[in-house]
Design a binder for this molecule. Structure first.
Ligand code: BEZ
Ligand code: FE
Length: 296
């Protein structure tokens, strides 16, 4: 599987898109070198069978010398590559199915308020429409998952995340909650509509993207971890299917099945989205990867 995996259309396409190959603009030589570098790194991931936790340990180390490293690994497609690799290993082990995983990104914060019921995520005023999301968390057979915790986080209408907002205007856990679900596996929350994220203008990631003839923007999206006893923890997100960047996410986090169209009515929008988890098979399946995360 290993040598063949690097040759798959999904991987080769990711390497091309990440390096800006075939796009107008940017520096042709830099694109060629970047493509070879990404290919070398991803080949090493496969050759050494590097797991998620090992990968993030390495990124954490390098980030101590380069503050935007977490953005660069996403923009260069390495974070999405890990998802493709884990998907391929699941398929080989006969473990496909369920809601697709996709990238976590670097903007999760540990310790968000743990709440129950029909929840409001937004503490701060924001001149934006209201997003309503509802749905269920079920297991592989469609059975409601009991005692799940849904971690939700998203940006505000300016595309800034609390804790990482350079304007300093957001209260600490604005648009971040952990929602404890009941026996029926149903969830329901509302919040101020997020806008898409863009990398800091003039920063290292922005400059590299421009030099590759690319951009550093993501469509509007909502992140989730879904954890429950007996089930594999899912890292995923929904991206708004009607966002101009829905088909051109700089971080490659948009995936088939994760692009719902918000039902927009006046100043409200509704998204119905159901999560389907897989059973845990290994002890680590129920926990998050050992990625270093910000804690408040
Ligand atoms: C995000 O999900 O917001 C994100 C992902 C990768 C890099 C930067 C931001
Ligand atoms: Fe995000």
């Amino acid at each position: 599987m290993r040598a063949d995996f690097m040759k798959t259309a999904a991987v080769q396409d990711l390497l091309d898109r990440a390096a800006g190959t075939g796009r107008d603009g940017g520096d042709g030589r830099l694109k060629a070198i970047t493509r070879d570098l990404i290919e070398a790194v991803t080949t090493t991931i496969v050759k050494q069978d590097i797991n998620e936790s090992e990968f993030w340990q390495g990124v954490h180390f390098l980030q101590q010398g380069a503050g935007e490293f977490g953005l660069l690994v996403a923009g260069l497609g390495l974070e999405h590559f890990l998802d493709l690799y884990m998907d391929a290993k699941d398929a080989e082990a006969g473990l496909g199915g369920g809601t697709p995983r996709t990238i976590e990104g670097p903007l999760y914060v540990e310790g968000a308020p743990l709440v129950e019921g029909d929840v409001n995520l937004s503490d701060d005023p924001d001149d934006a429409d209201t997003l309503y999301m509802t749905g269920t968390v079920t297991g592989p057979g469609g059975e409601p998952v009991r005692n799940a915790i849904l971690h939700v986080w998203h940006a505000n209408s300016k595309g800034w995340y609390s804790h990482f907002d350079p304007t300093g205007e957001q209260t600490p856990f604005n648009n971040r909650r952990r929602i404890r679900l009941g026996d029926d596996g149903r969830y329901s929350f509302h919040s101020k509509m997020p806008s898409g994220y863009s990398v800091p203008p003039g920063g290292a990631t922005d400059r590299l993207m421009k030099a590759l003839g690319r951009h550093g923007s993501r469509p509007a999206h909502v992140h989730f971890f879904v954890e429950a006893p007996g089930y594999r923890t899912l890292t995923t997100q929904i991206n708004f299917g009607d966002d101009p960047f829905a088909a051109d996410d700089f971080a490659f986090g948009t995936r088939e099945g994760l692009l719902p169209l918000p039902d927009r009515q006046g100043d409200c929008a509704h998204i119905a989205f159901d999560f389907r988890l897989q059973h845990a098979r290994l002890p680590n399946d129920e926990t998050l990867s050992a990625r270093a995360r910000t804690s408040a």
